[in-house]
Ligand binder design. Structure first.
Ligand code: NCD
Length: 327
């Protein structure tokens, strides 16, 4: 790991504007994003990062833009991160959560969308339990749509902030080996990360019990192992994923204790692998299941850096898409 490189920000602080053109209106998946767009988001995030380190953490970039956060699923980090990102850019923010809304009275996503349209919102950040919900909204709204996690499909801004974290920690992503360890089957983070990392030239290996590895995952460019120690021995970074119990409708493994012993990342596995690699996790961490508390809090953990960088990356996404919405 190297020290994060500092480069001069191209941001004009007085106006909050950058000289950059993006060309996309929505961020729905990483699968459909080419390398140039990914690089552009990451370099724009570099431009916004210094804003977060200033005493006044706000620029007037999106003063005239209204962002709606539409969260149909629970979220702590992603929701706060998006909200902070929008506020740091001086956007007007409206929050919607299912509890207390007309969804509880039976309103469909399409009806909700039509009402949003009528209220003339510029950008919509949506998290939904159904794969494809963000895509559906993009077909029915003029607003720019940002997918903040749709079912088991994708979580593009998570993968972008992970790539940003890796880029700031390592000299280059080209050839870097990342092991995704955990519940790959139910993880939208795993899918978005496989697309993003391979597109940036990194190597990806997925690891977990066979019942939690999707068949044909190799077709996405990831290699597979069922042995955590082997994965830890191979990788430069261990990216640990939560067991998504809320998405599991049958028993995929005998018990959480057995999972923790055989597939969890703990001191014994690290010792057996003989390598102390940096650890990442999208949160929330189930301490003692997929990752021990000691490792989550250790100096090899990049977990809180991911959270910090997430705000800068989401500022970049909001800023770049807002240009298109106004165009
Ligand atoms: C992830 C998600 O919701 O997909 N979390 C997040 O966005 N920070 C992963 C998870 O819930 O395990």
């Amino acid at each position: 790991m190297g020290t994060p490189q500092r480069r001069r920000s191209n941001l004009d602080y007085a106006s909050g504007q950058l000289m950059t053109e993006f060309g996309l209106r929505h961020l729905l998946t990483i699968r459909e994003l080419d390398r140039l767009h990914i690089e552009q988001i990451l370099s724009t995030a570099e431009d916004f990062l210094p804003v977060l380190e200033r005493p006044i953490k706000q620029v007037p970039s999106l003063r005239h833009i209204t962002v709606l956060h539409l969260f149909y699923e629970s979220s702590t980090r992603t929701r706060i991160s998006f909200e902070l990102a929008a506020r740091r850019l001086s956007a007007q923010v409206v929050n919607f959560s299912v509890a207390g809304s007309s969804v509880a009275k039976g309103e469909s996503l399409l009806d909700t969308a039509r009402n949003i349209q009528a209220m003339k919102v510029d950008l919509v950040v949506i998290r939904h339990h159904s794969s494809g919900a963000a895509h559906f909204l993009s077909q029915h709204l003029h607003a720019g749509i940002i997918n903040a996690g749709d079912g088991v499909n994708e979580h593009p801004t998570q993968a972008l902030l992970d790539a940003f974290t890796l880029r700031r920690s390592f000299a280059k992503l080209e050839g870097l080996k990342i092991a995704l360890i955990g519940d790959i089957l139910h993880s939208r983070v795993a899918r978005s990360n496989i697309y993003c990392l391979t597109r940036l030239g990194a190597q990806v290996c997925v690891c977990g019990p066979p019942s939690l590895i999707p068949v044909h995952i190799e077709a996405l460019g990831a290699k597979v192992t069922y042995d955590v120690v082997e994965a830890l021995r191979w990788c430069d970074v261990a990216y640990v994923l939560r067991i998504q119990l809320e998405r599991q409708h049958v028993g995929y493994f005998p018990s959480l204790q057995e999972y923790a012993d055989w597939y969890g990342v703990h001191e014994q596995a690290i010792k057996q692998a003989g390598r102390r690699v940096p650890i990442m996790h999208p949160g929330p961490v189930n301490r003692g299941v997929e990752l021990t508390a000691e490792l989550a809090d250790s100096s090899q953990s990049l977990i809180l850096q991911q959270v910090t960088y997430g705000v800068a990356v989401r500022m970049a996404v909001l800023y770049l898409l807002a240009q298109q919405v106004q165009a």
